[in-house]
Design a protein. Structure first.
Length: 453
């Protein structure tokens, strides 16, 4: 009884990190930073519309997409080392706090982004987004430790719903500030910078709650007596040597679970489409569809509200039909919705709102159920390292989507061409996921198989 109460307390604390960091994902990455950083880059561009970071000619309209891609590529390099460190020492919570506050500080620093400081904006985005991704990997890896197998769909869905509710709440305040900036005595650009900075403050303040309630677990392999010594190569610190060895062991271990890898491959493909939609939707709306910022904020607010409800509804559907079938259904809906997005007319807010409704209904649920489904495929004691691989699939490999968007604009000057590629991500992801025998995958990972999966 006491154990169940302690577990529920941790679950409630765990939800609060979704509440804390979702504002960065929504207000910064999805709504404001893309169009604003693009405008700053255009202000710094030469007569041909190019900026030259590190001497490389980049079309100003592609700078944001390339920067997102670079941040995620760096996160790919950081996550396995962070995961190996955590699973060796068990000190997951301090590293989560460090990453969260590094990201929150960089986001708050975006208040000083203005004029032609596109390089400052790019640097802060790289720090914030890299920290966000690594922290999410650590946060997700708590799920199998704080929830029993039959609880995970519901716990994961509540976390996503909590986060989307947070994003919606702050977006309402952002909309009031942005739409009424004159009455507040600030310029439109200053209003955007305030919205960016307050997202960082929100992230930092509410991260205190999960850091108080979550607890670290003892990690086997932390160098205690009786354990086989770790071989340290010349020039390495002891901890780096442990991380190196643990990373090799994880890769070898994952090869012994091919069905887990099959799920990750499917997730990698369809989630690349999801993440590209999240990061590039506001740029597509402002640059290609020529919609104003207020329209974009209202559309993303609509997505947030529906995604919170959708995550809970899809959690209920998963209990009735199984998580795998529910995810497959959501991928069909994603395919139809994004295909329709290609045909949206410019300067037509109503059609863009309709697209937002379609995205919102499937966004939260497909992400939440994917997270809970993967938690069943992890051998016990390997949570952080396996969620490192998951997070690489989640956001770490999603640099391919923004890169494709950037290249498409670089070559064609149109974002419509890029959106067609996203249909393939969802269709191929559907085919790959449908082929994974989920019950056998869970059993081969050594975990109990839920009644309905």
């Amino acid at each position: 009884m006491a154990e169940a109460a302690s577990r529920r307390r941790e679950q409630r604390g765990w939800y609060w990190y979704d509440w804390a960091n979702s504002v960065y994902s929504t207000s910064v990455l999805t709504v404001f930073l893309g169009p604003y950083l693009t405008s700053v880059a255009k202000a710094a561009a030469d007569a041909d519309g190019f900026v030259h970071p590190l001497g490389v000619p980049v079309r100003a309209g592609s700078f944001f997409a390339y920067t997102v891609s670079a941040s995620l590529l760096l996160a790919v390099l950081a996550m396995p080392l962070a995961a190996a460190l955590v699973d060796r020492t068990g000190r997951k919570k301090p590293l989560l706090g460090f990453c969260a506050y590094a990201g929150a500080a960089a986001t708050t620093g975006m208040f000083f982004l203005g004029g032609e400081r596109y390089l400052l904006g790019g640097a802060l985005l790289i720090i914030a987004n890299m920290s966000f991704v690594v922290a999410m990997m650590l946060y997700n890896s708590f799920l199998p430790q704080i929830a029993e197998p039959e609880e995970r769909d519901a716990v994961s869905s509540r976390g996503w719903a909590f986060g989307y509710a947070s994003g919606a709440l702050v977006l309402v305040a952002d909309l009031a500030l942005f739409a009424g900036h004159d009455s507040f005595g600030v310029t439109e650009g200053t209003a955007v910078r305030i919205c960016l900075a307050t997202a960082g403050l929100w992230w930092g303040i509410f991260t205190l709650i999960p850091l108080r309630r979550l607890r670290d677990r003892y990690a086997a392999g932390s160098g205690l007596p009786g354990e086989a010594p770790t071989v340290i190569q010349a020039g390495e610190t002891p901890q780096r040597g442990r991380s190196r060895q643990q990373l090799r062991e994880t890769l070898r271990d994952m090869r012994r679970h091919p069905l887990t890898l099959s799920f990750l491959l499917a997730y990698l493909v369809y989630n690349d489409g999801v993440q590209t939609v999240i990061t590039q939707a506001s740029v597509y709306g402002s640059e290609e569809l020529r919609l104003d910022q207020t329209t974009l904020i209202v559309a993303i607010l609509l997505v947030q509200v529906l995604a919170a409800a959708g995550a809970l509804v899809m959690g209920r559907l998963a209990r009735r039909y199984g998580a795998k079938r529910t995810i497959l259904g959501s991928l069909v809906a994603w395919t139809l919705t994004i295909a329709a997005g290609y045909f949206l007319p410019a300067k037509a807010p109503g059609w863009f709102f309709a697209l937002a409704v379609g995205i919102g209904l499937v966004l939260g649920g497909s992400q939440a159920l994917s997270r809970s489904l993967f938690s069943h495929l992890i051998p016990r004691g390997k949570e952080a390292e396996y969620f490192s691989a998951y997070e690489i699939s989640d956001r770490g490999v999603s640099w391919l989507g923004p890169l494709a968007f950037g290249v498409a604009y670089q070559l064609t000057g149109s974002y419509r061409v890029a959106i067609l590629s996203l249909v393939a991500f969802f269709a191929i992801g559907f085919a790959l996921l449908a082929r994974v025998p989920m019950r056998r995958a869970i059993a081969e990972a050594g975990n109990p198989v839920p009644d309905r999966i």
